[in-house]
Write a protein that binds this ligand. Structure first.
Ligand code: SF4
Length: 404
Protein backbone atom coordinates (compact mmCIF):
# COMPACT_ATOMS: atom_id res chain seq x y z
CA UNK A 1 0.00 0.00 0.00
CA UNK A 2 2.83 2.34 0.88
CA UNK A 3 4.16 2.03 -2.66
CA UNK A 4 0.72 2.43 -4.19
CA UNK A 5 0.24 5.72 -2.38
CA UNK A 6 3.73 6.86 -3.30
CA UNK A 7 2.87 6.25 -6.93
CA UNK A 8 -0.10 8.57 -6.55
CA UNK A 9 2.17 11.46 -5.81
CA UNK A 10 5.21 10.45 -7.82
CA UNK A 11 5.62 13.81 -9.54
CA UNK A 12 6.46 15.50 -6.25
CA UNK A 13 9.92 15.35 -4.75
CA UNK A 14 9.79 15.93 -1.01
CA UNK A 15 8.56 13.12 1.20
CA UNK A 16 7.28 12.96 4.78
CA UNK A 17 5.61 10.43 7.08
CA UNK A 18 1.89 10.06 7.73
CA UNK A 19 1.35 7.21 10.18
CA UNK A 20 3.22 4.30 8.72
CA UNK A 21 3.02 5.66 5.22
CA UNK A 22 5.53 7.81 3.40
CA UNK A 23 3.91 10.58 1.41
CA UNK A 24 5.16 13.54 -0.54
CA UNK A 25 5.08 17.01 0.99
CA UNK A 26 2.56 19.08 -0.95
CA UNK A 27 2.64 22.83 -0.62
CA UNK A 28 -0.04 24.38 -2.78
CA UNK A 29 -3.79 23.99 -2.63
CA UNK A 30 -4.07 22.86 -6.28
CA UNK A 31 -1.98 19.83 -5.42
CA UNK A 32 -4.73 18.66 -3.07
CA UNK A 33 -7.39 18.82 -5.78
CA UNK A 34 -5.82 16.89 -8.65
CA UNK A 35 -8.43 14.56 -10.17
CA UNK A 36 -6.00 11.82 -11.25
CA UNK A 37 -4.64 11.55 -7.71
CA UNK A 38 -8.16 11.52 -6.29
CA UNK A 39 -9.00 8.69 -8.69
CA UNK A 40 -5.91 6.74 -7.66
CA UNK A 41 -6.80 7.18 -3.98
CA UNK A 42 -10.34 6.13 -4.73
CA UNK A 43 -9.04 2.95 -6.37
CA UNK A 44 -7.12 2.19 -3.19
CA UNK A 45 -10.24 2.88 -1.10
CA UNK A 46 -12.26 0.51 -3.27
CA UNK A 47 -9.66 -2.22 -2.83
CA UNK A 48 -9.83 -1.79 0.95
CA UNK A 49 -13.55 -1.23 1.39
CA UNK A 50 -15.09 -4.15 3.20
CA UNK A 51 -18.19 -6.13 2.34
CA UNK A 52 -20.39 -4.70 5.05
CA UNK A 53 -21.84 -1.21 5.70
CA UNK A 54 -19.45 1.27 7.28
CA UNK A 55 -20.50 4.49 8.97
CA UNK A 56 -17.83 7.16 9.19
CA UNK A 57 -18.57 10.48 10.89
CA UNK A 58 -16.86 13.66 9.81
CA UNK A 59 -17.06 15.75 12.96
CA UNK A 60 -16.27 19.16 11.52
CA UNK A 61 -18.63 21.34 9.49
CA UNK A 62 -15.69 22.37 7.29
CA UNK A 63 -15.34 18.74 6.22
CA UNK A 64 -19.08 18.48 5.60
CA UNK A 65 -18.85 21.52 3.33
CA UNK A 66 -15.89 20.04 1.38
CA UNK A 67 -17.58 16.63 1.09
CA UNK A 68 -20.65 18.18 -0.55
CA UNK A 69 -18.72 20.74 -2.56
CA UNK A 70 -16.43 18.15 -4.16
CA UNK A 71 -19.03 15.37 -4.39
CA UNK A 72 -16.93 13.02 -2.27
CA UNK A 73 -19.91 11.13 -0.86
CA UNK A 74 -21.03 10.31 -4.37
CA UNK A 75 -17.79 8.70 -5.52
CA UNK A 76 -17.18 6.50 -2.47
CA UNK A 77 -18.10 2.80 -2.54
CA UNK A 78 -21.77 2.38 -1.71
CA UNK A 79 -21.15 0.56 1.56
CA UNK A 80 -19.40 3.64 3.02
CA UNK A 81 -21.82 6.12 4.54
CA UNK A 82 -20.60 9.52 5.70
CA UNK A 83 -22.42 10.79 8.78
CA UNK A 84 -22.30 14.54 9.27
CA UNK A 85 -21.41 15.49 12.84
CA UNK A 86 -22.06 18.45 15.14
CA UNK A 87 -18.92 20.45 14.36
CA UNK A 88 -20.60 23.60 13.05
CA UNK A 89 -20.51 26.10 15.95
CA UNK A 90 -23.34 28.24 14.59
CA UNK A 91 -25.56 25.17 14.15
CA UNK A 92 -25.23 24.03 17.76
CA UNK A 93 -26.17 27.43 19.23
CA UNK A 94 -29.44 27.01 21.17
CA UNK A 95 -32.30 29.45 20.63
CA UNK A 96 -32.13 30.75 24.20
CA UNK A 97 -28.52 31.92 23.73
CA UNK A 98 -29.51 33.63 20.47
CA UNK A 99 -32.30 35.39 22.34
CA UNK A 100 -29.75 36.53 24.93
CA UNK A 101 -27.52 37.93 22.17
CA UNK A 102 -30.47 39.78 20.62
CA UNK A 103 -31.45 41.07 24.08
CA UNK A 104 -27.96 42.53 24.61
CA UNK A 105 -28.06 44.17 21.18
CA UNK A 106 -31.33 45.89 22.15
CA UNK A 107 -29.98 47.50 25.31
CA UNK A 108 -29.42 51.27 25.25
CA UNK A 109 -25.98 52.51 24.31
CA UNK A 110 -24.79 49.10 23.06
CA UNK A 111 -22.91 48.26 19.88
CA UNK A 112 -23.20 44.52 19.33
CA UNK A 113 -20.57 42.93 17.07
CA UNK A 114 -20.62 39.50 15.49
CA UNK A 115 -19.35 37.31 12.67
CA UNK A 116 -21.61 37.49 9.61
CA UNK A 117 -22.85 33.90 9.73
CA UNK A 118 -24.74 34.44 12.99
CA UNK A 119 -26.84 37.27 11.59
CA UNK A 120 -29.62 35.11 10.13
CA UNK A 121 -29.68 32.41 12.81
CA UNK A 122 -33.24 32.32 14.12
CA UNK A 123 -33.86 32.88 17.83
CA UNK A 124 -37.30 32.22 19.31
CA UNK A 125 -38.95 35.23 17.66
CA UNK A 126 -36.36 37.10 15.63
CA UNK A 127 -32.75 37.12 14.43
CA UNK A 128 -29.88 39.56 14.80
CA UNK A 129 -30.50 40.69 11.22
CA UNK A 130 -34.12 41.53 12.01
CA UNK A 131 -33.07 43.22 15.27
CA UNK A 132 -30.63 45.36 13.26
CA UNK A 133 -33.39 46.23 10.78
CA UNK A 134 -35.55 47.63 13.57
CA UNK A 135 -32.83 49.71 15.14
CA UNK A 136 -30.23 47.75 17.13
CA UNK A 137 -26.65 48.80 16.39
CA UNK A 138 -25.32 45.44 15.25
CA UNK A 139 -22.11 45.34 13.24
CA UNK A 140 -20.44 42.48 11.40
CA UNK A 141 -16.73 42.05 12.11
CA UNK A 142 -14.04 39.66 10.89
CA UNK A 143 -12.28 39.19 14.23
CA UNK A 144 -12.71 40.07 17.92
CA UNK A 145 -9.87 42.55 17.50
CA UNK A 146 -12.10 44.50 15.07
CA UNK A 147 -14.63 44.66 17.88
CA UNK A 148 -12.03 45.91 20.33
CA UNK A 149 -11.10 48.63 17.82
CA UNK A 150 -14.76 49.71 17.66
CA UNK A 151 -14.76 49.91 21.48
CA UNK A 152 -11.71 52.18 21.43
CA UNK A 153 -13.32 54.40 18.79
CA UNK A 154 -16.60 54.63 20.76
CA UNK A 155 -15.61 55.18 24.40
CA UNK A 156 -19.15 56.26 25.34
CA UNK A 157 -20.75 53.04 24.10
CA UNK A 158 -20.69 49.51 25.48
CA UNK A 159 -19.26 47.26 22.76
CA UNK A 160 -20.04 43.55 23.00
CA UNK A 161 -18.58 40.76 20.87
CA UNK A 162 -20.60 37.58 20.24
CA UNK A 163 -17.86 35.03 20.91
CA UNK A 164 -18.64 31.58 19.61
CA UNK A 165 -16.93 28.60 18.08
CA UNK A 166 -14.89 25.60 19.10
CA UNK A 167 -11.28 25.62 20.27
CA UNK A 168 -10.43 27.02 16.83
CA UNK A 169 -11.72 30.49 17.63
CA UNK A 170 -11.51 30.51 21.43
CA UNK A 171 -7.80 31.52 21.42
CA UNK A 172 -8.49 34.69 19.42
CA UNK A 173 -11.21 35.60 21.93
CA UNK A 174 -8.79 34.95 24.79
CA UNK A 175 -6.00 37.01 23.22
CA UNK A 176 -8.42 39.89 22.61
CA UNK A 177 -9.50 39.90 26.26
CA UNK A 178 -5.85 39.89 27.32
CA UNK A 179 -5.24 42.81 24.95
CA UNK A 180 -8.24 44.70 26.35
CA UNK A 181 -6.94 44.09 29.88
CA UNK A 182 -3.48 45.34 28.92
CA UNK A 183 -4.96 48.49 27.37
CA UNK A 184 -7.41 48.90 30.25
CA UNK A 185 -10.46 49.17 27.96
CA UNK A 186 -13.59 49.47 30.13
CA UNK A 187 -16.35 49.58 27.53
CA UNK A 188 -15.65 46.20 25.91
CA UNK A 189 -17.02 42.73 26.74
CA UNK A 190 -17.62 39.31 25.24
CA UNK A 191 -20.72 37.13 25.27
CA UNK A 192 -18.95 33.77 25.42
CA UNK A 193 -20.57 30.79 23.74
CA UNK A 194 -17.41 28.84 23.04
CA UNK A 195 -17.81 25.07 23.07
CA UNK A 196 -15.43 22.14 23.36
CA UNK A 197 -15.22 19.28 20.89
CA UNK A 198 -14.10 16.45 23.18
CA UNK A 199 -17.21 16.44 25.46
CA UNK A 200 -19.42 16.53 22.35
CA UNK A 201 -17.62 13.50 20.92
CA UNK A 202 -18.06 11.68 24.23
CA UNK A 203 -21.80 12.45 24.14
CA UNK A 204 -22.05 11.07 20.59
CA UNK A 205 -20.10 7.94 21.46
CA UNK A 206 -22.42 7.32 24.43
CA UNK A 207 -25.51 7.65 22.22
CA UNK A 208 -26.83 4.12 21.56
CA UNK A 209 -28.72 5.36 18.44
CA UNK A 210 -25.47 6.10 16.69
CA UNK A 211 -23.27 3.18 15.74
CA UNK A 212 -20.14 4.52 14.10
CA UNK A 213 -17.14 2.69 12.68
CA UNK A 214 -14.70 5.60 12.77
CA UNK A 215 -14.18 9.34 12.71
CA UNK A 216 -12.66 11.84 10.34
CA UNK A 217 -11.34 14.15 13.06
CA UNK A 218 -11.54 17.94 12.99
CA UNK A 219 -8.52 19.66 11.48
CA UNK A 220 -8.85 23.24 12.70
CA UNK A 221 -9.70 22.36 16.32
CA UNK A 222 -6.80 19.91 16.36
CA UNK A 223 -4.36 22.63 15.32
CA UNK A 224 -5.10 24.09 18.77
CA UNK A 225 -5.66 21.02 20.98
CA UNK A 226 -3.35 18.55 19.19
CA UNK A 227 -4.02 14.83 18.71
CA UNK A 228 -3.57 13.53 22.26
CA UNK A 229 -7.05 14.51 23.58
CA UNK A 230 -8.60 12.03 21.10
CA UNK A 231 -6.78 8.98 22.51
CA UNK A 232 -9.84 8.01 24.59
CA UNK A 233 -11.79 7.38 21.36
CA UNK A 234 -9.39 4.63 20.35
CA UNK A 235 -8.60 3.32 23.82
CA UNK A 236 -11.96 3.49 25.63
CA UNK A 237 -14.44 3.24 22.75
CA UNK A 238 -12.35 1.14 20.34
CA UNK A 239 -12.92 3.43 17.34
CA UNK A 240 -10.31 4.65 14.87
CA UNK A 241 -9.96 8.36 14.17
CA UNK A 242 -7.89 10.20 11.56
CA UNK A 243 -7.39 13.95 11.95
CA UNK A 244 -7.92 15.36 8.49
CA UNK A 245 -7.27 18.39 6.33
CA UNK A 246 -10.05 19.95 4.27
CA UNK A 247 -9.09 19.48 0.65
CA UNK A 248 -10.54 16.59 -1.39
CA UNK A 249 -7.32 14.57 -1.33
CA UNK A 250 -7.01 15.15 2.43
CA UNK A 251 -10.46 13.71 3.02
CA UNK A 252 -10.02 10.79 0.64
CA UNK A 253 -6.66 9.97 2.17
CA UNK A 254 -8.17 10.12 5.68
CA UNK A 255 -10.94 7.73 4.65
CA UNK A 256 -8.32 5.43 3.16
CA UNK A 257 -6.31 5.56 6.42
CA UNK A 258 -9.46 4.75 8.42
CA UNK A 259 -10.25 1.79 6.17
CA UNK A 260 -6.70 0.59 6.57
CA UNK A 261 -7.10 0.66 10.37
CA UNK A 262 -10.45 -1.11 10.22
CA UNK A 263 -9.18 -3.82 7.87
CA UNK A 264 -6.16 -4.40 10.12
CA UNK A 265 -8.29 -4.37 13.30
CA UNK A 266 -6.45 -1.34 14.62
CA UNK A 267 -7.96 1.54 16.61
CA UNK A 268 -5.58 4.47 16.71
CA UNK A 269 -5.45 8.23 16.49
CA UNK A 270 -3.72 9.03 13.22
CA UNK A 271 -2.87 12.43 11.86
CA UNK A 272 -3.35 13.00 8.13
CA UNK A 273 -3.18 16.78 8.64
CA UNK A 274 0.35 16.74 10.04
CA UNK A 275 1.37 19.66 7.86
CA UNK A 276 -0.46 21.76 10.48
CA UNK A 277 -1.49 19.61 13.45
CA UNK A 278 1.05 18.69 16.13
CA UNK A 279 0.48 16.05 18.87
CA UNK A 280 0.47 18.67 21.63
CA UNK A 281 -1.32 21.34 19.61
CA UNK A 282 -0.57 25.03 19.90
CA UNK A 283 0.72 25.49 23.43
CA UNK A 284 0.68 29.30 23.23
CA UNK A 285 -3.01 29.31 22.23
CA UNK A 286 -3.89 26.72 24.90
CA UNK A 287 -2.14 28.78 27.56
CA UNK A 288 -4.10 31.92 26.62
CA UNK A 289 -7.38 29.96 26.64
CA UNK A 290 -6.62 28.52 30.08
CA UNK A 291 -5.70 31.95 31.39
CA UNK A 292 -8.97 33.58 30.30
CA UNK A 293 -11.57 30.78 30.32
CA UNK A 294 -12.83 28.14 32.69
CA UNK A 295 -15.01 25.18 31.80
CA UNK A 296 -18.76 25.48 32.52
CA UNK A 297 -20.37 22.62 34.45
CA UNK A 298 -22.96 22.29 31.69
CA UNK A 299 -23.74 23.93 28.38
CA UNK A 300 -26.80 23.50 26.19
CA UNK A 301 -26.21 22.44 22.57
CA UNK A 302 -28.98 22.77 20.02
CA UNK A 303 -30.33 19.32 19.34
CA UNK A 304 -27.93 17.59 21.70
CA UNK A 305 -29.21 19.05 24.98
CA UNK A 306 -27.03 19.76 28.01
CA UNK A 307 -23.52 18.35 27.71
CA UNK A 308 -21.38 18.41 30.88
CA UNK A 309 -18.10 20.36 30.78
CA UNK A 310 -18.65 21.38 27.15
CA UNK A 311 -18.67 25.19 27.27
CA UNK A 312 -16.21 27.93 28.19
CA UNK A 313 -16.97 30.92 30.37
CA UNK A 314 -14.79 33.88 31.21
CA UNK A 315 -12.87 33.53 34.48
CA UNK A 316 -13.84 35.86 37.38
CA UNK A 317 -10.43 37.58 37.07
CA UNK A 318 -11.63 38.95 33.70
CA UNK A 319 -15.27 39.59 34.77
CA UNK A 320 -15.11 43.19 33.54
CA UNK A 321 -15.00 41.74 30.00
CA UNK A 322 -17.83 39.26 30.56
CA UNK A 323 -21.18 40.32 29.05
CA UNK A 324 -22.94 37.73 31.22
CA UNK A 325 -21.76 39.74 34.25
CA UNK A 326 -22.34 43.19 32.73
CA UNK A 327 -25.92 42.50 31.58
CA UNK A 328 -28.76 40.68 33.31
CA UNK A 329 -29.79 38.23 30.60
CA UNK A 330 -33.15 36.48 30.13
CA UNK A 331 -31.24 33.16 30.05
CA UNK A 332 -34.30 31.14 29.03
CA UNK A 333 -34.30 27.64 27.63
CA UNK A 334 -36.40 27.53 24.46
CA UNK A 335 -37.40 24.39 22.61
CA UNK A 336 -36.66 24.18 18.90
CA UNK A 337 -39.32 24.87 16.28
CA UNK A 338 -41.46 21.71 15.97
CA UNK A 339 -40.80 21.49 12.23
CA UNK A 340 -37.06 21.58 12.75
CA UNK A 341 -35.02 18.40 12.86
CA UNK A 342 -31.64 20.02 13.30
CA UNK A 343 -31.05 17.95 16.45
CA UNK A 344 -31.30 14.73 14.48
CA UNK A 345 -29.08 16.19 11.74
CA UNK A 346 -26.45 17.28 14.28
CA UNK A 347 -26.46 13.84 15.88
CA UNK A 348 -26.04 12.26 12.45
CA UNK A 349 -29.27 10.30 12.86
CA UNK A 350 -31.02 11.97 9.88
CA UNK A 351 -29.75 13.34 6.57
CA UNK A 352 -30.74 16.88 5.49
CA UNK A 353 -33.17 15.71 2.80
CA UNK A 354 -35.04 13.63 5.39
CA UNK A 355 -36.23 16.78 7.18
CA UNK A 356 -39.78 17.51 5.98
CA UNK A 357 -39.14 21.22 5.48
CA UNK A 358 -35.75 20.94 3.72
CA UNK A 359 -35.66 23.11 0.62
CA UNK A 360 -39.32 24.11 0.96
CA UNK A 361 -40.17 26.02 4.15
CA UNK A 362 -36.50 25.98 5.16
CA UNK A 363 -33.98 27.51 2.75
CA UNK A 364 -30.82 29.58 3.25
CA UNK A 365 -32.88 32.73 2.56
CA UNK A 366 -35.52 31.77 5.14
CA UNK A 367 -33.94 29.27 7.51
CA UNK A 368 -36.03 27.54 10.14
CA UNK A 369 -33.07 25.77 11.71
CA UNK A 370 -29.43 26.66 12.26
CA UNK A 371 -28.07 23.90 10.00
CA UNK A 372 -29.40 25.88 7.02
CA UNK A 373 -27.63 29.11 7.99
CA UNK A 374 -23.90 28.61 8.28
CA UNK A 375 -21.99 27.39 5.23
CA UNK A 376 -20.66 24.66 7.52
CA UNK A 377 -24.16 23.43 8.34
CA UNK A 378 -25.07 20.10 6.74
CA UNK A 379 -28.42 21.39 5.43
CA UNK A 380 -26.86 24.52 3.89
CA UNK A 381 -24.03 22.52 2.31
CA UNK A 382 -26.48 19.95 0.99
CA UNK A 383 -28.83 22.67 -0.29
CA UNK A 384 -25.97 24.41 -2.10
CA UNK A 385 -24.24 21.39 -3.64
CA UNK A 386 -25.80 18.03 -2.81
CA UNK A 387 -29.31 18.50 -4.17
CA UNK A 388 -27.92 18.79 -7.70
CA UNK A 389 -26.04 15.49 -7.55
CA UNK A 390 -27.59 12.28 -8.83
CA UNK A 391 -27.70 10.81 -5.32
CA UNK A 392 -29.16 14.06 -4.00
CA UNK A 393 -31.95 14.18 -6.57
CA UNK A 394 -32.77 10.55 -5.87
CA UNK A 395 -32.76 11.07 -2.10
CA UNK A 396 -35.02 14.12 -2.28
CA UNK A 397 -37.44 12.33 -4.60
CA UNK A 398 -37.62 9.24 -2.37
CA UNK A 399 -37.97 11.33 0.76
CA UNK A 400 -40.83 13.35 -0.70
CA UNK A 401 -42.61 10.08 -1.61
CA UNK A 402 -42.33 8.97 2.02
CA UNK A 403 -43.59 12.26 3.44
CA UNK A 404 -46.34 12.83 0.81
S1 SF4 B 1 -33.90 21.61 6.74
FE1 SF4 B 1 -34.00 23.37 8.12
S2 SF4 B 1 -35.37 22.79 9.77
FE2 SF4 B 1 -34.79 20.90 8.68
S3 SF4 B 1 -33.05 20.13 9.83
FE3 SF4 B 1 -32.21 21.40 8.19
S4 SF4 B 1 -32.01 23.44 9.10
FE4 SF4 B 1 -33.32 22.25 10.50
Amino acid sequence: MKYAVNRLFSNLDDVHKVGNTTLPMMKYVDEFRQPEKAQALLNEIEKLSLNYPLKIMEVCGGHTHSIFKYGIEEILPQNIELIHGPGCPVCVMPRGRLDDAIYISQQPNVIFTTFGDTMRVPGSTTSLLQAKAIGSDIRMVYSPLDSLKIAKENPNKQVVFFALGFETTAPSTAFTILQAATENIHNFSMFSNHVLVIPALKALLDNPDLQLDGFVGPGHVSMVIGTEPYEFIAQKYGKPIVISGFEPLDILQSIWMLLQQISENRCEVENQYNRLVQPLGNTVALKAMNQVFEVRDNFEWRGLGEIPNSGLKIRPEYAQFDAEVKFILPNRKIADNKACQCGEILKGVLKPWQCKVFGTACTPENPIGTCMVSSEGACAAYYKYGRFSQIGKQNITESSKVTA
